[in-house]
Design a protein around this ligand. Structure first.
Ligand code: CO
Length: 276
């Protein structure tokens, strides 16, 4: 059974043109959790917190995963790709060798809530062709278990065979969104060669044999072959994120995630020279 080896509270910060987010991974407390680089949670029903959005900005060397729990976000890039990610939808974007994109709210009021995860790419794929996997809510996997436990599967598959639409074979990613009624328990095998973490965003859970962890927290899990979590009295919602570590040096500079400092500088040069 995997135990919590670290619990990190979300750090409030401003991203893009002034969007209020809570960073769960990618801070001083927990800089990266191979193969994951960053995890942000956004949640506000005050449009002033999100209206400014994320205007044009570049990425290289990794994948961004936007999962909208609530709200609508319009996406457009410099290769002519655009679309809207709606409530419950996911966009898994490979930035690869370079993309310039914007992510702007497609609403002027109401709640906007979701996650952006950065999944690293191994050196052999950092300069690969950019691409997208995009799916609306109805295409995601859905599993109902005993005691009212519900699991939405974005990527990978559960131990009971419910598969998500996203394929991320380079890290064999699993991206599950779990709802636990009060006192209910999730037990889910996760291969022992995977790194696994939980992002608690509603209520609280007890992880493994440990004490309760409340929202908004990231729980880094230690070694083992299964994840066990039990909801507190108010129930819980959390993400279970797992993937095979890449095991390479990580050089993260602004919107670029490469293997070396020199490659990050090269990315800045290429972006400024219009080579994305
Ligand atoms: Co972006």
């Amino acid at each position: 059974m995997r135990e919590a080896i670290g619990v990190v509270r979300g750090v409030a910060m401003s991203e893009g043109a002034g969007v209020r987010i809570a960073r769960l991974l990618g801070t001083q407390q927990l800089q990266a959790f191979d193969p994951f680089v960053m995890l942000d949670h956004f949640d506000s029903d005050d449009a002033a917190d999100y209206l400014a959005g994320f205007p044009d900005h570049p990425h290289r060397g990794f994948e961004t995963v936007t999962y909208m729990l609530e709200g609508r976000m319009r996406h457009a890039d410099n290769r002519g790709h655009s679309g809207v990610i709606g409530t419950g939808g996911v966009q898994w974007m490979r930035a690869g060798r370079g993309i310039v994109h914007s992510e702007m709210p497609e609403q002027e009021e109401g709640r906007m809530r979701g996650f952006q995860l950065w999944v690293n790419l191994p050196a052999r794929l950092k300069m690969s062709e950019p691409g997208y996997q995009e799916f609306p809510a109805e295409r995601l996997g859905r599993e109902t278990r005993e005691d009212g436990v519900a699991v939405v599967v974005v990527a990978g598959a559960t131990s009971r065979g419910t598969a998500g639409p996203v394929a991320a074979p380079h890290v064999d990613a699993r991206y599950l969104d779990v709802v636990l009624p009060p006192g209910a328990r999730l037990e889910e095998p996760v291969p022992s060669d995977h790194a696994a973490m939980l992002a608690v965003y509603e209520g609280s859970i007890a992880v493994g044999s440990g004490g309760e962890v409340g929202a908004l927290s990231l729980v880094a899990l230690g070694p083992g072959d299964r994840v066990v979590a039990r909801a507190g009295g108010g129930g819980a919602r959390f993400l279970l994120l797992a993937g095979r570590p890449i095991g390479e040096p990580v050089a993260w500079g602004g919107p670029f995630v490469m293997n070396t400092r020199e490659e990050v500088m090269q990315a800045f040069d290429d972006y400024r020279a219009g080579r994305f």
